[in-house]
Design a protein around this ligand. Sequence first.
Ligand code: TMP
Ligand code: ASP
Length: 242
Amino acid sequence: MNNKYELIYEGKAKKVFTHDDSDKVIIEFKDDATAFNALKKAKFEGKGRLNCQISARIFELLIKKNIPTHFIKLKNENTMIAQKIKVIPLEIVLRNTAYGSLCKQTNIKPGTVLEKPLIDIYLKNDALNDPLITKDRIQLMNILSAKDLDYVINLTLKINKILKSFFRNIQLNLVDFKLEFGYDLKNNILLGDEISPDNCRLWDLDQKNDMIVSLDKDRFRNDLGGFIEAYSEINRRINNFI
Ligand code: TMP
Ligand code: ASP
């Protein structure tokens, strides 16, 4: 990154830099992959570029459908320009199909299609290992007002409808995903972070048998191999469709 831009924040998968305009930031997508709160770490050449390109296409799709997001435009292969936001320290997970932690913490069988989308909210705090949090605790901690929490939940449900149908068109089952939101300088709530195979579970529908074929970060989490191939396949399908 051009050194006239200052690093504001470095996360596990992205770096955030200042921009010439004080209300904007530059986000650089890294090649690092982490899982289980960074207990597991690796680098995959090309991951940053793929997640940046995939996220950009998906943000563009959501913006067309009137979802407020932080995305402004791509800057280059692995960087984008976004609105500066104050990130709300919550991870909003929506599940259409039971998998992952839901099946570890309950007796619901992996692969069970849920009657209606389930929203699970986690406190974004690595030191506490991102615990599942209740609406009352969110209020208690003054993280969000009841009104803003309802707004974020309704926006997540709306985003699910758009993404589910989009991914179905490219033969992918959107099993679950995690979103993050933030306040811009005018106090509007915007969808932030990224939307990529890092934070969405995507299963291939182009399958002749009932086997689960994950085209997402579960390839890394569960040592399935073919990580970059899976991310490239998602990118290829999106570009062929749009
Ligand atoms: P989980 O089943 O492990 O709770 O994950 C649910 C979804 O959230 C899945 O699509 C992966 C995503 N996720 C993240 O993006 N970041 C995280 O730190 C975790 C734990 C999950
Ligand atoms: N994002 C988390 C980590 O970096 C966990 C995950 O995605 O599984 O460790």
